[in-house]
Design a protein around this ligand. Structure first.
Ligand code: SF4
Length: 481
């Protein structure tokens, strides 16, 4: 998962990209980059760290221009290296700078097919190479040719991709995969300085920068914001939407609104649905405690629905990164201990309902149950706001191989025993869909039901499994140096 930002026609491109990236830092913490253009040429700056560490006043003052792209990186496929950090820029056949959020499923086939040397393992470099190749096949490069090239690029790509590109003397180009798996929204601002546009993974960027929301970019759509600020929309390869349910469950910021559904309100409804599931068990609890931060909203509405006290029984050290996106097992385990500490007075002698947004490997859940139990809880009942995750994600979320997914290999009773809880309650898929207030057909639920929105061949599944294994081994080896 990554986060992207683009601005066009503003006098403060670098500071807007910088502030925008800060707003979506939760989408990736392994790298940050920006490309700022003055309309003719541009300058690139990127690094493998948090936004606040990669950029400083000096760097920002040297990035002068009226348009820009920004990216925060969270590696799923590809290495954790600087060379994989976005944006990428090509000058063949013309200058094009690009960022994207998503994952290309047919990466290995396309890489073999392409007659170009790629410098990185980042799939954006591949998208850029395919798009450039398609542009090169045109006799000249005008508006129609750009849209045709986007269409042919989409024909060759399989996967999720929300892309922003800057093309000097032409404009800012946006396009999103046919199923609109990863989010992308754009907005407009009119001031005395003129009209400017911004686009981002989440609307919070546009809100913070003072842009009025226009709308989500549609699946299979391409939008070109031209130099003269006129906008051209083309439904290039639209198909049935399959928005990633995990954006609402876990990934997006609570104050974001994705595809017109507010994330906070969705999480409140998911809490009610989880409470209904819990009631079927006929068990008693004294207190509802969330695993901070993403499960707070869920636990709050669950407690309200059940009329049971809600308490903050785990204190989170806010200076430690999110457990889920730590790239290796060692740091994940250490992070849990550093990150969360129980408030003994809130749990001692009580029957605790411990609520988390999801269970992936189950190792974190086990530690949390143990933390609450050793703090003196009489009973610990574990609840997951997301149904059992049984299959990997090939669209940009770090949901690992089947081997590592606890729900892919165990029954619910076995998971309960493994994590050491007195009971275990999962959200149902129907409860999830009701809570999100969306049509089931319009969601990607593939990590729950294996119904992938695009074809994922067996050899591809194996390839990505091996990549993930290799990356984990490399990170583990490095961590022991
Ligand atoms: S497989 Fe799961 S995490 Fe991946 S895009 Fe689909 S719903 Fe989201």
């Amino acid at each position: 998962m990554c986060g992207i930002v683009g601005v066009f026609g503003t006098l403060k491109a670098s500071s807007e990209i910088y502030n925008g990236l800060f707003a979506i830092q939760h989408r990736g913490q392994n790298g940050a980059g920006m490309y700022i253009s003055n309309g003719d040429s541009g300058k690139l700056s990127k690094g493998s760290d948090l936004v606040g560490s990669v950029f400083n006043k000096q760097i920002l003052s040297e990035l002068k221009g009226t348009s820009g792209l920004g990216h925060v990186r969270y590696p799923t496929i590809g290495s954790d290296n600087f060379v994989d950090a976005q944006p990428f820029v090509t000058h063949d056949p013309i200058e094009i700078s690009m960022v994207h959020n998503g994952n290309i499923v047919n990466y290995p086939q396309l890489r073999d097919e392409l007659d170009v040397e790629l410098e990185s393992e980042c799939d954006l470099e591949l998208i850029l190479a395919v798009f450039s190749q398609e542009l090169k096949s045109e006799d000249n490069i005008g508006i129609d040719e750009i849209f045709s090239a986007v269409g042919r690029t989409m024909d060759r790509l399989n996967g999720s991709y929300s892309v922003i590109a800057l093309i000097p003397r032409i404009g800012m180009l946006l396009f999103r995969d046919p199923h609109a798996i990863r989010p992308m929204i754009y907005g407009k601002r009119i001031t005395l300085d003129g009209i400017s546009y911004a686009v981002a993974s989440e609307n919070i960027v546009l809100d913070i920068l003072g842009y009025e929301i226009m709308r989500d970019v549609k699946g299979g759509e391409a939008i070109l914001i031209k130099e003269d600020k006129t906008v051209i929309y083309r439904p290039v390869r639209p198909e049935e939407p399959k928005h990633c349910m995990f954006e609402w469950v876990y990934f997006a910021r609570s104050d974001a609104t994705i595809e017109r559904s507010n994330v906070y309100e969705s999480r409140l409804r998911l809490g009610e649905e989880l409470a209904k599931e819990w009631k079927k068990k006929g068990l008693e609890i004294d207190v509802v405690i969330p695993v901070p931060d993403t499960a707070r909203t869920l636990a709050l509405s669950m407690a309200e629905y059940l009329n049971i006290p809600y308490r903050e029984g785990l204190l989170r050290n806010r200076y430690v990164g999110r457990t889920f996106i730590m790239p290796d097992q060692t740091s994940r385990e250490t992070a849990v201990r550093i990150k969360l500490n129980p408030i003994i007075e809130e749990v001692k002698g009580k029957k605790v309902a411990l609520v988390d947004d999801s269970i992936v490997r189950g190792t974190t859940s086990k530690k949390l149950v143990n933390l609450i139990r050793t703090a003196g809880a009489k009973e610990v009942h574990f609840l997951s706001g997301c149904p059992p995750i049984r299959s990997p994600c090939y669209y940009g979320i770090d949901i690992p191989t089947k081997k590592e997914l606890t729900a892919a290999n165990s029954t619910i009773e076995q998971i309960r025993q493994k994590i050491g809880a007195d009971s275990l309650t999962y959200q149902s898929i129907d409860g999830l869909v009701r809570g999100l207030e969306r049509q089931k057909e319009g969601l990607c639920l593939a990590c729950l039901n294996e119904d992938y929105p695009t074809q994922v061949r067996e050899d591809i599944r194996q390839y990505f499994g091996e990549c993930r294994e290799k990356e984990r081994r490399a990170v583990f080896a490095n961590s022991n140096l």
